[in-house]
Design a protein around this ligand. Structure first.
Ligand SMILES: [Mg+2]
Length: 268
C-alpha cells in the first residue's frame, strides 16, 4: 500500500532444479519443478564444465565438449518439459563475446526463453556485440546495483528483461525506482533471488505494486525450509507466491532460528 497499492493478487515465481552433470537427471528434475506448478525454470548447463566455479573468469571460454554438453542438456530438458514451459539459461557473466554468441546459437535450438548475463558486467559494448548476433531475449541486472547503471541498458536497448536483486541494489526504494525507470522503457522486471525469505518477500512486496513484472526468482521449488526462519509460513501454491496483508513485509525473522541454524564460526 505504501508503494502505491497492488496491481496483482499474486507473484509468479521461476525456480531452479538442482545442479547436476547428468542429462537424464536434469530432465527428471525439471519435470519435478513443472509438477510443482511452476511455469518457468532456469538452469546453467555450462557450469558443470567450468571446474573453477561460478565466479571464475580467465579467458571467457568453454571447451567444445562443454558447449556441446550444455546444448544436449538443454535439449533434454526442453524435450522433458514440453514446448510451453519457459526455459531460462543463466550464463553467469562468464563468457567472452564469440563464446557467448556460439553458446547462445546452439541453445536457441531448444527454444530458450532468455539468455542471462552472457558476458561479464563491466562492458556494455561486449553485451551490445552479443545482442547484435543472437535472436534470444537477454536478461541482465543481478550485478547492476543502481538506477544510473541501468539507464545505459535501457537507452541502448541492451536487454529485454532486467533482474535487479533487492538486497544488492540497496533495498525497497532503489528497486522501486529502477522498476519505474524500466516501466518507462516497457522493460519487464524479474528480481534476482538466491538468498532467504526476507529477500524474497521484500522483492515480492515491490513487485505487487509494479505493473512491468515478469517473475520472481527463487533458488528451489520447495521453499519450506525458509519457514523455519520466519514467523508466518510463505504461501506458495502452483508456482505463485501470495503476499500477506500483515504490516511490513508480511513476515518477520525469528532471531532464535538464526542462532539455531548458524554455521559455527561464520558470524561472531
Ligand atoms: Mg543469474
Amino acid at each position: 500500500m505504501l508503494l502505491g497499492g497492488p496491481v496483482r493478487d499474486k507473484i509468479g515465481l521461476y525456480t531452479h532444479p538442482p545442479r547436476t552433470s547428468d542429462t537424464v537427471r536434469a530432465a527428471a528434475d525439471a519435470v519435478e519443478v513443472v509438477e510443482s506448478g511452476h511455469r518457468a525454470l532456469k538452469i546453467d548447463p555450462m557450469m558443470i564444465s567450468i571446474p573453477e566455479g561460478p565466479a571464475h573468469y580467465i579467458d571467457g571460454q568453454i571447451s567444445r565438449k562443454g558447449m556441446e554438453d550444455a546444448w544436449a542438456m538443454t535439449a533434454a530438458v526442453r524435450e522433458a518439459v514440453g514446448p510451453s514451459i519457459e526455459l531460462l539459461i543463466d550464463a553467469h557473466g562468464k563468457y567472452n563475446v564469440p563464446t557467448a554468441i556460439d553458446l547462445c546459437r546452439g541453445l536457441e535450438e531448444s527454444n530458450i526463453f532468455w539468455f542471462e548475463e552472457p558476458v561479464p558486467v563491466e562492458s556494455n559494448h561486449a553485451l551490445q556485440q552479443v545482442r547484435d548476433k543472437i535472436n534470444t531475449k537477454i536478461s541482465v541486472g543481478e550485478r547492476i546495483f543502481t538506477r544510473w547503471e541501468f539507464i545505459e541498458i535501457f537507452e541502448k536497448g541492451l536487454a529485454d528483461f532486467i533482474m535487479p536483486d533487492i538486497t544488492w541494489t540497496g533495498g525497497i526504494s532503489e528497486l522501486k525506482k529502477i522498476s519505474t525507470l524500466a516501466e518507462s522503457y516497457y522493460i519487464p522486471v524479474s528480481p534476482h533471488g538466491a538468498s532467504g525469505p526476507i529477500n524474497a518477500m521484500a522483492a515480492a512486496q515491490v513487485m505487487m505494486s509494479t505493473p512491468n513484472f515478469y517473475k520472481l526468482e527463487t533458488s528451489r521449488h520447495d521453499l519450506s525450509d525458509f519457514n523455519k526462519f520466519i514467523d508466518e509460513p510463505l504461501d506458495i501454491r502452483d508456482g505463485d507466491l501470495y503476499v500477506s496483508d500483515r504490516p511490513g513485509l508480511g513476515v518477520n525473522l525469528l532471531p532464535d532460528a538464526l542462532k539455531r541454524f548458524a554455521i559455527e564460526g561464520f558470524a561472531g
